[in-house]
Design a protein around this ligand. Sequence first.
Ligand SMILES: NC(=O)c1ccc[n+]([C@@H]2O[C@H](COP(=O)([O-])OP(=O)(O)OC[C@H]3O[C@@H](n4cnc5c(N)ncnc54)[C@H](OP(=O)(O)O)[C@@H]3O)[C@@H](O)[C@H]2O)c1
Length: 391
Amino acid sequence: MPPIDAVSLPLKRAKWRRELKYRKLGKSGLEVSVIGLGTLAMGGGGYGPVDDRESITTIRRAIDLGVNFIDTSDNYGLGHAEEVVGRAIKGSRERVILATKGGTPWDNQGRVVIDCRKEVIIRAAEESLRRLGTDWIDLYQIHTPDPQVPFEETAGALQILIREGKVRHIGLSNFWMEEIKEWVSIDGIVSLQMPYNFLHRDIEEDLLPFCRDQGVGLISYTPLLMGMFAGRITQETRFDRDDHRSLYPQFQGASLRQCLALTDRLRMIAQEWGMTLAQLALSWVISRPGITCAIPGARHPNQVEENAGAGRRMLTEGELGEIDRILDEVGIEAQRLMPMRVVKVKKGPRGAVGLLEGGLKLGVPNSVVPGDMVEVDIVKGKVVGLFRGSN
Ligand SMILES: NC(=O)c1ccc[n+]([C@@H]2O[C@H](COP(=O)([O-])OP(=O)(O)OC[C@H]3O[C@@H](n4cnc5c(N)ncnc54)[C@H](OP(=O)(O)O)[C@@H]3O)[C@@H](O)[C@H]2O)c1
């Protein structure tokens, strides 16, 4: 990555920049800021209404603060987030490590599907380049595994993109232990992007140690649990109809009450340690062993200012222990199961594949037939139960 030009910056900004920490992303030569910027909400298709001018100001403010790692995806707002990122980084492309994702195209009615076939991946990357207004993508990530396509086919497409200079490094996202093992032998895999926050710690069991051994950088997404640990959500919060948080069980009923009780406890600790709740949540994530960086989503400059502040201070072992003690004491597990209807069942290389309402494509038990309802663990993206005859 070209060196960051700090000379022209006002002193205050240069200070922020000096203090924000950077780490190598896996085996790549990329040095990413420990706090990056997620742009899912900027797409406008999931977190309610969006203001592009505000999004662009937010991205530019992040870059000014030294946040050099920007994560987006082709399907955030069906290309809109990439276009916004492209406009924001015009003139400062060299200062940014740009990560996007593919493998989730959409049909002409705007329905997103999972499709990691060779020609789909190559076309998707080319369209991302056009929307982002750049000649290269620093990190191209497969958004989620496609249980219908052999991994060699997808990996082959990625190798072509690297050979052509369109993509510098390859990353994966939402690949759990059983899906990632075959991939690590592929040249150029440098990172894995997974959900990781106070309540979603599944990766600690096996993925995190595995990635550390393999030199794969771990990028934490939803580090604020979609804003829950940023402190603005209360029992009275009502989400817009097109804000996907209204569907998530942790934002409802007893689960929400428990989460809020936890945030109250953590807010007190944050105050004691001289930080905000959001900063505590982010510092915690990036201080956990094996985590390279977190990519909190933000739509307003003041949010990136607050979030970048978390990248200046790592928590000590004693502080991490104190938080674990509180998490154990409060002892909640955010509700994460959702029923979903199976629309089609097809054969995949590793068994039956269910196409679910909403575009998810997941491995299902062989006995599943169209019309069945399955229970999905939405954090792991796995079918964990089946309700027969509910059609
Ligand atoms: N690979 C994947 O499958 C996947 C899945 C999800 C996300 N991601 C990536 O990870 C990024 C982060 O996830 P996320 O955006 O869904 O969730 P998140 O980072 O946990 O939460 C983001 C939300 O928290 C609120 N927020 C952020 N900073 C704040 C602050 N300082 N003060 C108050 N509120 C604050 C904002 O809500 P408001 O907008 O309501 O203000 C923001 O939209 C995404 O943007 C995306 O790049 C990847």
